[in-house]
Design a protein around this ligand. Structure first.
Ligand code: PLP
Length: 448
């Protein structure tokens, strides 16, 4: 098909008729027909440009159409597009070796998947085999993917549609200091991690628990940063009972928080690390499960019960190798850190003008802005799991930003600010200017 004959109208109609979009009532959708993208921008068929302050699904860390990344995929496509997972293939071996180098601690061998959910499925199954135990502890404010097992690990309300799901998942509360479910006494058993986990284990029997899985920094469900000491405290409790610690850094990994991995901020190393998204900026579907040296040794003598037709797909792995090289050569993690400081400072200034800003949480380019109706009561601008008219105050704000050319999303009352890690100072300032305008809409609901 000659794409030049596709008008905006034809694309809209064909899409509406034939494409099933994620997490949506199809008849209520009106997707923008996207014609192209470059760097932090994408544009529609009418030439209207949007600053992508989301990095799409927080995966497009290197921005749209990075020339070196496109070239690496083209070069691999010319050499070998596909070979089965049972063969040794260069881009796969090279990327696995690079992963051992950049991931923290003694993480060593990697199984490559098609995305984050599959990485988590494999992590849990492997943890069960390594420990000989069944149960997995996961948190409420979490997203681990949409396949059956990963959705059962997920805490967010999308899980409800997939229940009863995988058995053996036990739920833990989150270190959400701004809205602490335990009322946040000092010291707080929930927000310090270990005491809450210990109590759950007492009732569950630690000898039945294979793993604890957490996002070191919660992404989709509100950008939640754990207090210092939290991850270490989980690590210690896991070690005490022989439980494996799985960090899901599908969203937070690869420079997003201004370090290579979010857990690097606290120097805590998991037994299994799952990644995807920023691993190759999503140019080709790719995820990974990287395991400790101890588990790597275990795998030398024991069966790995997992496989995918596209495990270690050469095009995906070649784009991963190129992506990591670009990050190293172009100082991408450093840029995330400096641009993050600029964004953080700008948001702090906005908080002085806009009472609806209740809390700003962020490091690197991984920011959440909590919108409230009252700073004292912290009543959220829209309630948890808000839909339809209840969600309108935030929906209106997002729409107004889009009309001004800035693409933003939110988790209920928390704005997610997660631009590409290659964003420039001018682009950060442009987004801050638009935020300043649209936050007036949130302030209209302020009650104090
Ligand atoms: N884990 C986390 C932390 C995520 O943010 C996501 C996706 O948003 C996933 C897992 C699932 O990844 P995928 O959609 O590639 O399966």
């Amino acid at each position: 098909t000659d794409t030049t004959t596709w008008t905006s109208q034809r694309l809209k109609e064909t899409d509406k008729e034939y494409v099933i979009h994620s997490w949506s009532v199809q008849g209520k959708l009106d997707p923008i027909p996207v014609a192209g993208g470059s760097g932090s921008w994408f544009w529609d068929y009418d030439g209207r440009r949007y600053l992508d302050f989301q990095s799409q699904l927080v995966n497009l860390n290197l921005g749209h159409q990075h020339p070196r990344l496109v070239e690496a995929i083209r070069a691999q496509a010319e050499q070998l597009c596909y070979i089965g997972p049972g063969f040794a293939e260069r881009s796969r071996a090279e990327l696995a070796e690079m992963m051992a180098g950049i991931t923290p601690g003694d993480l060593k061998m990697t199984f490559f998947t098609t995305g984050g959910a599959a990485a988590n499925e494999n992590a849990v199954r492997l943890a069960r085999h390594v420990t000989g135990r069944q149960k997995v502890i996961a948190r409420y404010r979490s997203y681990h993917g949409a396949t059956a097992g990963a959705m059962s690990l997920t805490g967010d309300p999308r899980r409800w549609a997939a229940e009863p799901g995988m058995s053996g998942v036990v739920r833990m509360l989150d270190p959400y200091t701004y809205r602490c479910p335990a009322g946040h006494p000092d010291p707080c058993p929930v927000c310090s991690g270990g005491p809450h986990l210990e109590e759950i284990l007492r009732y569950e029997n630690p000898e039945t628990v294979a793993a604890v899985i957490v996002e070191p920094v919660t992404g989709t469900n509100g950008l939640l940063y754990p207090p210092d000491g939290y991850l270490r405290s989980l690590r210690e409790v896991c070690d005490k009972y022989g439980i494996l610690l799985i960090f899901d850094e599908v969203m937070a990994g690869f420079g997003r928080t201004g370090e290579w991995f979010a857990c690097d901020h606290w120097d805590v190393v998991p037994d299994i690390l799952t990644t995807a998204k920023g691993l190759n900026s999503g140019y080709v579907p790719l995820g990974a499960m990287t395991v400790s040296t101890r588990i790597s040794e275990w795998l030398r003598d024991n069966m790995f019960w997992g496989g995918l037709t596209y495990a270690g797909h050469p095009l995906a792995c070649a784009s991963g190798v190129a992506s990591l090289r670009i990050m190293q050569d172009e100082g991408v993690v450093e840029n995330a850190r400096t641009m993050g400081e600029r964004l953080g400072a700008g948001l702090a200034t906005l908080a002085q003008r806009h009472p609806s800003i209740g809390e700003i949480r962020g490091r690197g380019l991984f920011y959440g802005v909590e919108l409230v109706r009252d700073r004292d009561t912290r009543e959220p601008l829209v309630p948890f799991n808000a839909k339809g008219p209840a969600a309108a105050p935030v929906g209106r704000l997002l729409k107004a930003a889009m009309q001004r050319g800035v693409y933003l999303t939110a988790n209920f009352n928390v704005l997610r600010l997660t631009p590409p890690l290659v964003i420039t100072a001018d682009e950060i300032d442009l987004a801050l200017g638009v935020l300043d305008e649209v936050l007036d809409l949130a302030d209209e609901h302020y009650q104090n």
